[in-house]
Design a protein around this ligand. Sequence first.
Ligand code: V47
Ligand code: SF4
Length: 390
Amino acid sequence: MTTTKNPIEEIVSEEKNKSLRNIGEKIINSERINEAEGVLLFEQASLPFVGALANFVRERLHGDKTYFNRNFHIEPTNVCVFSCAFCAYSRLYAHREEGWELSTEQMMHIIKSYDGKPVTEVHIVGGVHPKLTMQFFIDLMKQIKAHRPDLHIKGYTAVELDYMFRKAKVTPEEGLKLLHEAGLDSLPGGGAEIFHPEIREQICADKVDADGWLKIHETAHQLGMHSNATMLFGHIEKYWHRIDHMERLRKLQDKTHGFNTFIPLKFRNKDNDMSHVRESTITEDMKLYAVARLYMDNFPHLKAYWPMLGRQNAQLTLSFGVNDLDGTIDDSTKIYSMAGSEEQHPSLSTAQLVTLIKQAKREPVERDTLYHEIKNYSNTSVAELETSEK
Ligand code: V47
Ligand code: SF4
């Protein structure tokens, strides 16, 4: 009797490289790949091979569903005590007249400008300002929640939190408890960059190290909060630094299961101290997304952040393991436009985002921050959406 192979079994069995064939079989059988195998995928696998496997895993987990949320960003300040070499956005305190510092009233004005609009999340992230205290942010969150209790506050990278806690002389546990009580619902994934000290010391030596970053996320998870994790890729790191980074996250996720999403962030080189470093190609980017989907087997979601990649490349990632495109965002973030992203005013209406996902033959699903489904737009026409957004 002959058994027929399904398309992915066919692709794997036709692979000439035995080690890659073994990896492919492991993926099909839902077995975990190890660090050496992760590096091997970067070094030796073709883009179609990793892409097909990543797409297989993505569809096994989520079918065609592609999530997005309706959110907006508040960036309280770009004044920062740190000097990350890749950052085009921050200004040192001594040059703060070139930057911005929003007052609580100005931030509440932004919050109120969304009154009546169907946003579910505010993402608060910015520079590490030496004069802004933990109490300032506690008061801000209390005011946001008093005005709009339903709005999920995803805020403050582990870098901002580490500085806040050290200044307030509290432990991560004490600090996170206070912020959580004041209204902080979850943590964004920023500040992770590349964990390995060989790279971290060259690109962001003075901010929280890998253990400090991981400790803050672990503590948040223990307190019942969820978080995301990022990786800044495509600069001076080697393949094994990427795998080392993902391995540290995978280990913590085995322990806490508190991460929602892994978000690879493509390095952009405009107007920063790493402008001499070339940016990665789209082919390299797609391979990174695919390997991330295969390696991060305990992360439910893989996100492509479209303001940094550009819309069409973000659409392409949907064939390389990605199942989340972040959100509508609303022109409220500057971190990428200042570093050279094509998206100078990142803003997509729901109709545009839904169209982008449908063009890629996927199913657009609006979610909240914790991935509860709000609405499946498969059967909603774009005309209907455009009318409802007027
Ligand atoms: O940590 C800064 C990155 C991050 C550059 O959790 C750059 O949902 C590329 O973490 N080229 C902050 N990247 C933003 C962030 C984020 C964004 C969207 C969603 C979420 C989430 C988190 O921005 C920093 C750094 O890795 N970044 N400069 C640059 N030149
Ligand atoms: Fe400051 Fe963040 Fe920019 Fe680093 S990446 S300099 S911590 S704003």
